[in-house]
Design a protein around this ligand. Sequence first.
Ligand code: HEC
Length: 171
Amino acid sequence: MNRDQKFFDMYSLVIGILALFALAIYVGVSKLSDLTQGVYTTDTAEYQAAIQERIRPLGQVYLPGEESQADKLTVQEAAQAEPVATTLSGPQVYNQACLMCHGSGIGGAPMLANTESWAPRIAQGKDTLYQHALEGFTGQAGYMPPKGARMDLSDDEVRAAVDYMAEQAGR
Ligand code: HEC
């Protein structure tokens, strides 16, 4: 009987301590949650909006005919400069269109600055040189294509190149 009583006392004590302990945990946790979780009152509109934002799908599918919510693409066109008709200088034309033959003497072309082969040609007069350069010319040395086969060149540009070549030949 005495032993039972002792056991019962002990048992009550342990149960009591455990109950107190549980209560302490409960109170502690609810205090702690008030401290840290207080901002997240789940029924506020802000909270719901925050949740919606977090679980928002990454993309959306729009079927044809549906209005896309995506920002409309704006195409910005760079202002284009008006094409300007530029005139090439004599040396420029020479380098682009005449050098490949007159720079090396290919096919009998009188070489630039070769006074000897240019002298008799220049003696024909500028007009003949211009005409031969513009319209093409087949002489004893070979074939000179019209405008050096650069039909995109203007007559004045070709004449400027002829002037340049005559100049280089010392005339
Ligand atoms: C495909 C080669 C070639 C190109 C490119 C060329 N020439 Fe010639 N050119 C010749 C040849 C070959 C002759 C010599 C023809 C002859 O006297 O038989 C010649 C001769 C000339 C003559 C002398 C014509 C004469 O009456 O004696 C002039 C001027 C001339 N070229 C100007 C030019 C100019 C300007 C260019 C560039 C726009 C040019 N050539 C590009 C091959 C070329």
